[in-house]
Design a protein around this ligand. Sequence first.
Ligand code: PLP
Length: 397
Amino acid sequence: MSFQNPVFIPGPTNIPESLRKACDMPTIDHRSPLFGTILHPARKAVQAILKSTSAEVFIFPSTGTGGWETAITNTLSEGDTVLVARNGMFSHRWIDMCERHGLELIIVDVAWGQGIPADRFEEILTGDTAHRIKAVLATHNETATGVVSDIGAIRHAMDAAGHPAMLMVDGVSSIASMDFRFDAWGVDVAVTGSQKGFMLPPGLAIVGFSEKAMDATKTAGLHRTFFDVHDMMKGYANSAYPYTPAVGLMNGLNEACRMLMDEGLETVFARHHRIAEGVRRAVWAWGLELCAESPDVYSDTISAVRTPNGFNATDIVTHAASTYGVAFGVGLGDVAGKVFRIGHLGSLTEVMTLSGIATAEMCMVDLGLDIKLGSGVAAAQEYYRYGSEIEQKVAAQ
Ligand SMILES: *Cc1c(COP(=O)(O)O)cnc(C)c1O
């Protein structure tokens, strides 16, 4: 395995040198005031990345999955009903966690490759006149299929139904890479981790709670200890934690937020869109299809690429790792063996992305697929090259 090559898995993502350095800290006393100079700015910076002015931000030594558990155990009670769509492996896993916690689920199953059906949610919520549904769970970006869902439309559906449920969003593979609007979308709980858009090593669950979600914590009956947000709030008031915080990662988080803000959030989103569009053009130049069924659900952080019937897509991933020292993502769950995934989020440039496209191409040709070397690279180059922008500007005049 080469450590020179970038990774093209949808998390953990490539870590910029400056963030590796920021995480590499001497030990400090996490009960000293010095820790507060890392903790408070990190919470504030995450709030800005969430596009919120009021979200309570919690940072746990954990991962995105711990963020899910934080979301549900602090706000819900056994037997509470939640509404959720299953359209890929990550939404499926969140559902599984809810079941294990004794929640009642209304599951809307949709094809893997489609987004969350807001209209179907509106029907169900409108029918729930007794307001049994306490929370609507949405996976903003299904990392298994490369499908983004319209969270604003889900908020709209909830409002149209006049339903008071909380809106909980898994933004693990979208936040800090694609537009995410905590306040504008009326999100009550947002969940992410350190190792995707934030470009850090894994190890932090990053969670935002609205005022409504904080209110729900007062009556929530599910058990929680490690993920108790009240214990965390008490700690924060004293610039401390109820246990040992991951200080180096939190220092890295500050630096990551600074990088994102220096680049400009909208510029970060535009970069991800541009990189993603080049990858999509490569896929089509190969004569292949995305798992995502329509342009409105194309993800700007991950592309799941369908391979021809009878071909095991996982072979591409295995071959890329063993032969070229490059990591792609395998298909998960229902699409295992049918897709391979190109992660294109975090610290990535067009030029780095071209190397991933070129590698995927070599692998597919090595494995006997009828693909012309250079075809995908050329399609992406045509889209990425500086000249194409100039030509577009000239054409627009
Ligand atoms: C990666 C991911 C998760 C799981 O996060 P972990 O940090 O691995 O626990 C959850 N949801 C989505 C959408 C993801 O991409």
